[in-house]
Design a protein around this ligand. Structure first.
Ligand SMILES: [Zn+2]
Ligand SMILES: [Zn+2]
Length: 252
């Protein structure tokens, strides 16, 4: 009988079962994401407040023929291919053109005008305190985008979230920074009034949320109870992308 079974369970097991049920209910609650959202903070003076904000036109409008992701294995375990495939899907979908990844050894070394480049470097754990890092730089007069991944750091969470899934979140998160997300209406600076570390999305449902306690709670509960992982941007970020594209298309 169910009642006898519960009585025979130790108090600790009962407590964890209750906590589990509560978290499962929390994961399913539609208001949960709102409850666990971070409060907005001001953005640096001069931040654009309307479409197209500071979103990255090159990666969002198909003005080059393809997006090429060049993968460099610098240190740590060999890169997992599934997260790179997920990044390719995100780049192709938001970039509205073909995208693919190749190992650095297979890259010709030429920077072609018809191609947008994203260089992904796997660095083990050489970036203290970060899962990943991204920036844009000029090489031989061409703008290229760079993502660095601390793949060792994802292993610390593998008991809760499969390593490949958290690595996917990191790649999509860093790609979101390269896209210029989030916009000021739904972003915050974790160190405000310092702008160190860049803007992140207030919504814990977004791959661009910062791994802070509330977002981690939401992410872990979603992963454990719903098998849902952060591999895309939230509704507000997607809406901003759509509005920026509409703006550019109205004013080519
Ligand atoms: Zn970030
Ligand atoms: Zn978002």
């Amino acid at each position: 009988m169910r009642g006898c079974y519960v009585r025979r369970m130790s108090p600790i097991v009962v407590r964890w079962a209750l906590v589990g049920s509560l978290l499962a209910a929390l994961a399913g609650a539609s208001g949960c994401a709102t409850l666990l959202s971070e409060p907005r903070t001001p953005f640096p003076r001069g931040t654009p407040l309307e479409a197209p904000w500071a979103l990255n036109r090159e990666l969002l409008l198909p003005e080059t023929r393809r997006i090429l992701i060049v993968v460099d294995w610098i240190a740590g375990p060999r890169p997992d291919t599934a997260p790179l495939d997920a990044l390719v899907r995100v780049a192709a979908r938001y970039g509205e053109r073909a995208a693919r990844w190749i190992p650095r050894e297979d890259w010709s070394g030429r920077l072609e005008a018809s191609t947008s480049y994203v260089f992904v470097g796997y660095v083990g754990q050489r970036i203290p305190g970060f899962f990943g890092l991204s920036y844009t730089e000029q090489i031989k007069g061409k703008k290229v985008h760079v993502i660095l991944v601390n793949q060792e750091r994802h292993r610390q969470w593998r008991g809760v979230i499969p390593e490949g899934r958290s690595e996917t979140t990191t790649l999509v998160h860093e790609y979101g920074h390269l896209l210029g997300l989030p916009t000021a209406e739904h972003g915050y600076f974790a160190e405000y009034p310092s702008f160190f570390g860049g803007a992140h999305c207030v919504s814990p449902t977004c791959a661009l949320s910062k791994p802070r306690p509330r977002a981690i709670l939401y992410g872990v509960v979603s992963a454990v109870f719903r098998r849902r992982y952060l591999d895309d941007y939230c509704e507000a970020c997607r809406r901003a992308i759509a509005e920026a594209k509409a703006y550019w298309r109205r004013r080519p």
